[in-house]
Design a protein around this ligand. Structure first.
Ligand code: FAD
Ligand code: PYC
Length: 413
């Protein structure tokens, strides 16, 4: 348990937490500028300072701290992917997540509870077996389970054979977890700020300055800044920002919506996903059901909520848990998912010297926050792309060497 939590509990005064130092002025120059103050940008800044001693770093965020997709995701963490490259990468992230509360001395509410990917068709059963074999081969705990075992793992799940799409089995992944997404970002922000990193919110990057084909600075709504290196970590706006830098990404941006119900007594202590029914659900520590469905069917830069999303999601949810029919919805929201053709992210170098990228996080990037932070920090510090993220380089699209993870995306597309 984080020591600070105990201290706070026993204290007579309870001051509100400051997550980072509020700085009025931007310096004229930094060694590294990170564009985007979401979980990924903040994690990279933290590891740059902590592991590489690089602290002359500015994180520039156009809105409020971590108010983009980091604030909008449903916080599912798992490593039950389909490709060996994906499994290794996300498994390393889980290991980092497991120790994050202690490392930050700040509770990120990491809750390991298991993850079920339901299969309603022969094809889905085949993908489950495939994922289980790849996972086990790499030491990741995943197993195909059948209805008798499912009844024990999730007693409230409707396992009747008299429904439209009866459940045939599932991929069970015991390390599946959730965490408080805001706390992850705040922990990284506090750790980076304590080590000298500057975090500037309401500071938008509007362009870049170049000299002989390499980036030498950023233009912002608060003036120009010189810098040695730039990291672009802007999730839902990756194509727009890379356009400002002068190169194209193979990414289209699609809304992804989610919602939570009113809180109810705990009944669901495992994460349940049905790709075929387009629904996923977990119960938060407050008792709310946190739910999502397929991504919207068209590219769009808008975070509006729709009635269609709710209707479709509820129709499917009721097939799995018919007794939640009277539950009220509390909130609904959307984020922007940057989708790559192969459902894998893009990390590493770009065609522009000293300009690095962390993008293509679609519907799956929250779980990668710690591992992406460590490896992008290493890339910036050493100018070498670490082996773990090499398969995710932008270059793969020019080599036709894609990393197909669609079958493990959890969300219908
Ligand atoms: P963000 O948190 O979006 O941070 C990028 C920041 O860049 C933003 O704050 C933005 O304001 C800023 N920015 C943009 N342009 C500029 C600019 N020009 N100048 C300065 N700042 C700029 N992933 C999972 O692993 N598990 C899940 O369960 C899950 N559920 C999801 C559910 C929903 C509804 C959504 C939308 C996504 C979900 N994801 C999930 C995906 C996950 O949220 C993202 O992949 C992840 O949060 C990306 O983090 P980030 O730090 O890269 O991006
Ligand atoms: O990546 O597990 C995931 C996920 C679930 C919902 C959205 N993303």
């Amino acid at each position: 348990m984080p020591f600070s939590l105990l201290k706070y509990g026993f204290s007579k005064v309870h001051p509100s937490e400051r997550h980072f130092q509020n700085l009025a002025e931007l310096k004229s120059s930094y060694d590294v500028v990170i564009v985007g103050g979401g979980g990924h940008g903040l994690a990279t800044a933290y590891y740059l300072a902590k592991q590489w001693g690089i602290t002359n770093v500015a994180v520039l965020e156009k809105g409020y701290l971590a108010g983009g997709n980091t604030a909008r995701n449903t916080a599912i963490i798992r490593s039950n992917y389909l490709t060996p490259e994906g499994v290794r990468f996300y498994d390393e992230s889980i290991k980092l997540f497991q120790n994050l509360s202690n490392e930050f001395d700040y509770n990120i509410l990491y809750s390991e509870r298991g993850h079920l990917t339901l299969a309603h068709t022969d094809a889905a059963m085949r993908t489950s077996r495939w994922r289980a074999e790849v996972n086990k081969h790499l030491g990741v705990n995943s197993e195909v389970v059948y209805p008798d075992e499912l009844a024990k793992l999730c007693p409230h799940l409707n396992l009747s054979q008299k429904v439209r799409y009866p459940i045939m089995g599932a991929l069970h992944h015991p390390p599946g977890a959730i965490a408080r997404h805001d706390a992850v970002a705040w922990g990284y922000a506090r750790g980076a700020s304590d080590r000298g990193v500057e975090i500037h919110t309401h500071t938008e990057v509007t362009g870049f300055n170049f000299e002989n084909g390499r980036v030498i600075g950023v233009k912002t709504n608060r003036g120009d800044i010189r810098c040695g290196k730039v990291l672009q970590a802007v999730a839902g706006l990756s194509s727009e920002v890379s356009k400002l830098a002068g190169f194209k990404l193979p990414i289209k941006s699609i809304p992804l919506q989610a919602c939570v119900s009113e809180p109810v007594k705990p009944f669901l202590d495992i994460i349940v996903v049905s790709g075929s029914l387009h629904v996923y659900v977990s119960q938060s520590s407050r008792g709310e059901l946190v739910m999502g469905s397929a991504s919207d069917p068209y590219p769009l830069y808008s975070t509006r909520s729709t009635l269609e999303f709710k209707e479709e999601l509820m129709m499917h949810l009721l097939e799995l848990f018919p007794f939640v029919g009277k539950l009220k919805l509390l909130r609904q929201w959307a984020g922007t998912a940057d989708m790559t053709p192969d459902f894998s992210p893009v990390m590493g170098i770009t065609p522009i010297q000293n300009y690095y990228i962390d993008a293509g996080w679609g519907t799956w990037g929250f779980k990668a926050t710690p591992v992406c932070g460590t490896r992008m920090a290493e890339t910036l510090a050493t100018d070498k792309v670490p082996d773990l993220i090499k398969p995710f380089e932008l270059e793969r699209f020019y080599r036709f060497d894609q990393l197909g993870e669609r079958g493990a995306a959890s969300v219908g597309h």
